[in-house]
Write a protein that binds this ligand. Structure first.
Ligand code: MN
Length: 199
């Protein structure tokens, strides 16, 4: 049984960048729905009882075909959102510092150039999807709830949800404003921790 993780901050902690209404709906309704559908899909499939969400996504092709799409969407949704909450912090924003910042600058020239590149890719996702920073410093996008564990074979360092459900209540159709606001609440401590573990 997969469970909805608690947030380490209150729903209203990320204002004015993301409202309490969005956070509550996104966590309690959207994320919960991925968890519920994943549990329902795997009910009675004891052969997968000890599989983690990471394993389900990394070894998606090993699953029976009739399970694959449901697991791709809902294990993906569960995994992506479980990380997404941790990538947000009321004390976030600024620059990452440390070896992570050095690696970003080595790849993109300046931190701002990285921000611009990530923002452009996030703005350009057609329909619903995500943009990610991978351990090799590539910026990639995925459609729907596809996880980099499936598409890239590597766990992401950082990711941004650009589904309309992530911003529409606050920003309507203005995705670029949501992305610009999001940089103010990025939890670089968590991203740095993931980078150091990936080395
Ligand atoms: Mn979402």
């Amino acid at each position: 049984m997969f469970l909805l993780p608690d947030l380490s901050y209150e729903y209203d902690a990320l204002g004015p960048y993301i409202s309490s209404d969005i956070m509550e709906l996104h966590h309690k309704k959207h994320h919960q729905a991925y968890v519920d559908k994943l549990n329902a899909a795997l009910e009675g499939r004891s052969e997968f009882a000890d599989w983690t969400v990471e394993r389900l996504l990394s070894e998606l092709s090993a699953l029976p075909e009739e399970l694959r799409t449901t697991v791709r969407n809902n294990a993906g949704g569960h995994y992506n959102h479980s990380l997404f909450w941790q990538w947000l912090s009321p004390n976030g924003g600024g620059q990452p510092g440390g070896e992570l910042e050095q690696a970003i600058v080595a790849r993109y020239g300046t931190f701002q150039e990285f921000v611009d590149n990530f923002t452009t890719q996030a703005s350009g996702v057609f329909g619903s999807g995500w943009v990610w920073l991978q351990p090799n410093m590539d910026i990639i996008t995925t459609p729907n709830q596809d996880s980099p564990l499936t598409t890239d074979g590597e766990a992401p360092l950082l990711g941004l949800d650009v589904w309309e459900h992530a911003y529409y209540l606050d920003y309507k159709n203005r995705r670029p404003e949501y992305i610009e606001a999001w940089w103010n609440i990025v939890n670089w401590d968590f991203v740095r921790e993931r980078y150091e573990k990936s080395l």
